[in-house]
Design a protein around this ligand. Structure first.
Ligand code: ATP
Ligand code: MG
Length: 437
């Protein structure tokens, strides 16, 4: 018996005490059978929305979607989404059902769910599993409930949910479901970009992202059309053992699972196909592909409605992914102080991943490792990489007669000299620099 959060169980007991059938369902059942602690709790019940609210009057209840029969019941701070058993039909827009009817049948409710591993319920008697979800969990398999083409036709979001779940759990996709996913990729165009963005970002930040993106390149190109020319694009270079798309996906798999880093790695070479020239040496060159890539990635990420802060970091990383590296403290100090610690290390992570997805270049790898080590050492010994750590400030600059933007310019100049080790972070020394005789 899984280890349910007692606060979720309290909601189920309350509904049952009022004479309703109440079960846990969906992701929490799937995850706990896999031994993963559930991150949210969904319950399904025979009670109608008004009956849920009446039975749970001792809790605070929020109407999450009363029309669809969902009430969020707060149990000692744990939100439990309680939804009336329902049957869905229609789906003429391939996004949501035209018709939702409440039903007293749990099996009907489970039948409307996307994948067998998401279509199991847990009630007092144990597991309700009419679609063999447990067997698929054991086989580590994503499989649609019922006919895959019909299910994906109903709701195109399931295409990307299926890929995301496969990447998240490192499951394979049943061949019939995989074939139907491939056929329905174009229908992703009907799904709201915000929803695609959420699922796609989750997919990228999942442990199995590489396998899924390599197996379903058309899905990636449907979501980010700017990637389409990269698929199969031969780089004509002895350093590159992969086409641009495969290289980008492999680079993505080498960076930590953070949205900005994973997106930056996936898109870092998106400007290559349009920047390609074949040199007289017979090798491909991609002059200025970083700038071209920034423009293409910007368009793609705006279309996906990615939040501004993440988009800006992605563009920052793409633009600088060819920054030359030196294994010196001076180099580390210069870029740490200009970029800030987080972006500096993210850029190093991207550069390492870029290298790891090419033919082996041991010298470049060693240099990056060394630069990273020196940066950490610098941070431990003389951590002055931000203006507010500098021994002089704006008042000192004003006292030295500087005004307006000249203040920032002077302080940033001093910061870079201190961070690079040319000057100590000593107030008297820096005041002398501000007030030259
Ligand atoms: P996670 O919470 O890890 O994202 P989940 O499977 O719990 O995974 P939710 O979005 O919380 O995902 O959805 C809860 C349940 O609702 C799913 O397990 C599934 O049974 C059902 N469900 C969600 N979205 C769909 C959909 N588009 N089509 C059919 N069923 C869905
Ligand atoms: Mg969930």
């Amino acid at each position: 018996m899984p280890n349910w959060d007692p606060r979720a169980q309290k909601v189920l007991h309350t509904l049952r005490a009022a004479g309703h059938r109440a079960v846990l369902v969906g992701g929490c059942v799937r995850d706990s059978l896999l031994g993963i602690p559930p991150h949210d709790y969904d319950a399904a019940t025979s009670a109608l929305p008004d009956e849920i609210r009446a039975a749970c009057s001792a809790f605070s209840c929020l109407d999450t979607g009363a029309k669809h029969g969902t009430v969020t019941v707060l149990s000692d701070g744990l939100p439990v989404e309680v939804t009336t058993f329902r049957r869905e039909s229609g789906y003429s827009d391939h996004r949501r059902p035209d018709r939702v009817d409440f039903t007293s049948s749990l099996t009907e409710d489970l039948a409307r769910r996307d994948f067998t591993i998401n279509a199991m319920a847990w009630d007092e008697n144990g597991l309700a599993d009419p679609f063999q979800g447990r067997e698929d969990l054991q086989k580590r398999l994503i499989r649609c409930v019922g006919d895959p083409d019909t299910r994906l036709e109903e709701d195109a979001l399931r295409v990307i949910r299926g890929l995301r779940l496969a990447a998240q759990l490192r499951f394979s996709i049943h061949p019939d479901t995989a074939a139907a996913i491939r056929r329905h990729v174009p229908q992703l165009a009907l799904v709201a970009q915000e929803r695609i963005c959420t699922e796609f970002t989750r997919l990228l930040c999942s442990p199995g992202a590489e396998e899924v993106l390599l197996a379903f390149p058309a899905a990636a190109a449907q979501i980010v059309p700017e990637l389409a020319p990269a698929i199969g694009f031969d780089q004509r270079s002895p350093y590159h053992i992969y086409d641009v798309y495969t290289h980008s996906v492999k680079a993505m798999a080498h960076v930590p699972c953070l949205p900005a880093l994973r997106l930056a790695a996936l898109l870092h070479d998106v400007g290559k196909p349009t920047s390609f020239v074949l040199g007289e040496d017979g090798n491909g060159h991609f002059y200025g592909h970083e700038k071209a890539g920034v423009q293409l990635a910007d368009a793609a990420l705006r279309r996906l409605r990615l939040d501004n802060a993440t988009r800006e970091e992605v563009l920052f990383l793409i633009e600088r992914h060819h920054l030359p590296v030196e294994a010196s403290s001076k180099w580390a100090g210069r870029w740490l102080s200009r970029f800030g610690k987080e972006r500096f290390f993210h850029l190093l992570a991207l550069k390492k991943a870029d290298g790891a997805a090419c033919a082996p270049q041991p010298d470049a790898e060693r240099q990056l490792d060394q630069a990273e080590k020196l940066a950490w050492e610098l941070l431990q010994t003389s951590p002055c990489i931000r203006l507010n750590q500098l021994a002089v400030n704006g008042r000192d600059a004003m006292a030295a007669g500087l005004t307006g933007p000249a203040i920032g310019t002077a302080l940033n100049f001093l910061l870079s000299r201190v961070a690079e080790g040319d000057l100590p972070n000593d107030r008297d020394v820096l005041l002398r620099e501000l007030n030259p005789k």
